[in-house]
Design a protein around this ligand. Sequence first.
Ligand SMILES: [Zn+2]
Length: 291
Amino acid sequence: MSHHGSRNDECWCKSGKKYKKCHWEQDEKLAELARKGIEIPPRRLIRRPEQIEGVRKASRLTAQILDMVQERIHVGVTTEEIDQWVYDMTLANGGYPADLNYEGFPKSCCTSINQVICHGIPDQTKLKAGDIINVDITCELNGYYGDASRMFVMEGATEEARNLVAVTKECLDLGIQQVKPFNRIGDIAFAVEQHALKHGYSVVREFGGHGICDKMHDEPFVHHYGPRDRGMVLVPGMIITIEPMVNAGDFHLKILPDGWTVVTRDGSLSAQWEHTILVTEDGYEVLTVTE
Ligand SMILES: [Zn+2]
C-alpha cells in the first residue's frame, strides 16, 4: 500500500540518496502525527539546500540594511528618509524591496512609531525625542526573500518604553529557542506570550509570522499566543519568521483609514522584533544576521 514509493527508490527531496536513508524515517514519524490529527508540513515547505542558500543570502542583505538604518537613524529624520535609505541600499545590492507595491503598499519598508503595531507607512513624520520605532524590511534577492525588523529607541524615551522594547526582544529570543524538529508553532507562541504576560504586557493576535522562501508569505501561519499544543509541526528545512508584536496595554487593535497602519485600540505603546529562522537537524539557525 505504499504511496511513498519504494524505500530503495531515490528520495522525493532530490538529494540523490535512497528514500530509506533520507526522509523515510521522518515521513513515518510525520504520518503517525498526522493520524493523531496534528498538522504536518506539506513536502514543499521542506526546503532544498539551494532554496535555503537563496533565503540565507536575501536574509543577510536584510540584516545589512537594518545595520545601515541603525547607524543613521536619529531624532529629526523623517520616515520617508528612512524609506529612501532602504530603497537605495536594496537596489545597490541587486535586490528589490518586497514591500514596495505589495498589495498596493506604497513604500519600501514599514515604519511603526509608538502606538503603531505594524505596517506604518513612511511619510513626512519626523522622529521626535522619546519615540520608539520599528523598521521592518523584506528583501527579495534572486527570487528568494529575507524578512526582519528591529526597534530603535530615540533619546529621551521613558523607562516604560525602553522596558517594552527590551522585553519584546526577549520574547523573540525565547520564541526562537523553541525552534527544533518536532516542536510545534504553539511551543513558540506559548514561550512568547508567557514572557509578555509576566511583564504585564499583551501579545497581538491578528498578525503573526509566516513561512518564507520563494514567496514572501507562505505557510505556516506563526501565531504568538495561546497554548503549546497548536499549529504545524516543525521539521528540518522549514523556514519561518518569528515576529511578536507586544502591547503595553491590551492586545486589541484597529486599522487606520489608510488601510495599512495597525495601531493599539487603547493607544498604548507597541513593540516588535523579527528574524527569519531555519529549522535545522538539531534546532535552529537565525538567517537574518550579517555573518
Ligand atoms: Zn530526502
